[in-house]
Design a protein around this ligand. Structure first.
Ligand SMILES: Nc1ncnc2c1ncn2[C@@H]1O[C@H](COP(=O)(O)OP(=O)(O)OP(=O)(O)O)[C@@H](O)[C@H]1O
Ligand SMILES: [Mg+2]
Length: 556
């Protein structure tokens, strides 16, 4: 099983040690049983020796058990830690397009449902190991007492387990159905939290949401879970009865058939009674193992794997902001959005584009013309389907992608604001941040201390200014803004186009600004217009002279 392989990878030495301790503990446990049985049928003379052995075993059993459990707990927690870190690193390594196709709800369901299933089993494996050791040594003892009786008991136990496992398997089938409804429920809850304003304001929509969506799914979830639980409870009580079925057969039927001694019979009865707890633990945990494997497969379907290391780390040695660049070329670059069951595809490109240091480029075009898509290609978040990106004439291959991305500071329209200035370690960070806050006219709202922003609970336009602050502090050679000014007030729009952009340009930065604000075109060097994913024109601003003359003069 993959999960065990994963744990072995984590620490083979610990695992071996823990299993050895577990096996000793299990064997000592059974030896205790044997001593009890021997004492029941022994003479007075033998008793003192047996008492000594009994005492000794009473020490060995808990000691070895403690050692085994502690070692395994250590191992389990260590593997758990590694699993969480590795999965998170891998999510960061999955291509953006793949994550977008999956949708955030699938990713969240995986993180909140599947990952706990996997991590749960990692903590359960220790218990499983110890119980397997106890059960095995019990079986060895029975075999040592009487072979034929042992075989007969084994056959009965196997029949018992099968008759117990079949309904349990059925109940798990219902649990799978329930889990599927659980996924849907998760989606509805997302709609509930994200769409709360829309739901509150429209009574009919709210009612329809509650009855058609939420209630139907929650009802399905309830039905399947009740079915699963009913079957499981019946199977579980049959499982408990099985102990006495085995003992009954042993006492009343098998003992007569095989003509065994009282000592063998009491030994067997004790062993069977003793065996049942570990056996039950094993049977209860094995399905978890199955579930963890399903979860593992789910996680792998997301494009994550526990075996390969994250790709994003590979180019770490190359990291740097690569300040000295001369040209960036997109040559025949294309991207296609494919969606299942959808006929009309959107194709961007082929796009040919050349950027140089210190250029201020406006990228424009109607809604859905492909501006954001081009931006994602340009900054290396999407891999071109065909064509290539060249930095200083060198093609940006897969192993260079991460290095390439470090050239950009980006504010997307759906940006995320971190509360701390993560990954920015300049010495005068706070000072610089304060200076920029003042420039962005946010100094009365937000304070910075030790790289932490005092708040991000601001208006949309203000939050965007904070995103710009991060971009400023990143101080990368190429800046990309996706409709940054769209929700700024007219006053700050002017500041953006007439101060911020020219200042960046003056600092030698290249700026690509996606915009619909044609009245500010005159501050740029070039305008690129897209339509239906194709370049309509890519011209220097001077060619727009006639149009620009009619525009208001820049308030420099
Ligand atoms: N996540 C996606 N999945 C599938 N298709 C998409 C996705 N995002 C965009 N598209 C398609 O790509 C086209 C271009 O989208 P894009 O976001 O690049 O446009 P845009 O020019 O930035 O538009 P806007 O001005 O509205 O921001 C859209 O018409 C849409 O059909
Ligand atoms: Mg867009």
């Amino acid at each position: 099983m993959k999960i065990i392989y994963f744990m072995m990878q984590y620490s083979r030495r610990f695992l071996v040690l823990a299993i050895v301790a577990g096996v000793i503990s299990g064997a000592a446990n059974t030896a205790l049983l044997a001593v009890i049985n021997a004492t029941l049928t022994s003479s007075q003379y033998q008793r003192s020796t047996l008492a000594l052995i009994f005492l000794g075993l009473c020490l060995v059993v808990p000691l070895t058990r403690v050692v085994a459990e502690l070692l395994l707990a250590h191992l389990g927690q260590g593997a758990l830690f590694q699993l969480r870190m590795q999965l998170s690193e891998q999510i960061l390594g999955v291509p953006l397009r793949r994550l977008e196709e999956l949708g955030p709800h699938r990713l969240m369901a995986a993180l909140t449902d599947d990952v706990p299933s996997i991590t749960n089993i990692v903590t359960v494996i220790p218990i499983l190991c110890i119980n397997i050791a106890v059960a095995l040594s019990c079986l060895v003892y029975m075999g040592w007492l009487s072979w034929p009786l042992f075989l007969a008991v084994i056959v009965i136990i196997i029949i018992g387990i099968v008759s117990y496992q079949l309904p349990v398997a059925k109940s798990f089938q219902y649990m799978t159905f329930a889990r599927r409804e659980g996924d849907n429920l998760f989606n509805h809850f997302r709609a509930l939290t994200d769409g709360i304003k829309e739901l509150k304001i429209h009574a009919d929509r709210r009612k329809a949401f509650l009855t058609d969506n939420l209630q139907t799914t929650a009802e399905g979830f309830r039905r399947h879970n009740i079915a699963a639980l009913t079957i499981y409870t019946i199977a579980a009580s049959w499982g408990q009865m099985l102990v006495f079925v085995v003992i009954g057969l042993l006492l009343f039927v098998l003992s007569g058939w095989f003509g065994v001694s009282t000592m063998v019979l009491t030994g067997f009865t004790l062993a069977v009674l003793y065996l049942m707890t570990p056996l039950q633990v094993i049977m209860n945990t094995l399905p978890n193992m199955g579930r963890a494997n399903v979860a593992l497969r789910n996680v792998e379907k997301l494009g994550l794997s526990l075996e390969s290391s994250p790709t994003e780390q590979d180019s770490k040695k190359l990291l740097g902001t690569g300040a000295a660049w001369k040209s960036l070329t997109l040559s025949g670059v294309t991207h296609t959005y494919r969606r299942e069951g959808e006929e009309s595809l959107f194709v961007l490109g082929p796009i040919d584009l050349m950027l140089r240091p210190g250029e201020l480029v406006f990228l424009t075009g109607g809604n859905g013309s492909g501006k954001t898509t081009l931006a994602k290609l340009l900054v290396g978040l999407y891999t071109p389907e065909s064509g290539e990106i060249l930095l200083d004439g060198q093609p940006v291959t897969a192993d260079l992608t991460d290095y390439y991305r470090q050239h950009f500071s980006v504010v997307f329209s759906d940006f995320y604001l971190f509360e701390t200035l993560l990954g920015l370690n300049s010495e005068e960070l706070d000072g610089k941040a304060r200076e920029y806050l003042r420039q962005l006219q946010l100094d009365h709202k937000v304070k910075v201390a030790d790289g932490t922003l005092s708040t991000t609970d601001l208006s949309q336009g203000q939050r965007k200014r904070l995103a710009l602050l991060t971009a400023y502090l990143e101080d990368r050679p190429i800046y990309l803004f996706d409709e940054w000014a769209a929700d700024q007030d007219p006053h700050f729009k002017e500041i953006f186009y007439y101060q911020i952009l020219p200042e960046l340009k003056a600092r030698g930065k290249t700026v690509v600004a996606i915009t619909h604000d044609d009245r500010y075109y005159n501050v740029g060097d070039r305008i690129i217009k897209l339509d239906y994913g194709k370049t309509v024109y890519d011209k220097p601003v001077t060619e727009f002279a006639a149009v620009l003359n009619e525009m208001p003069v820049a308030a420099q």
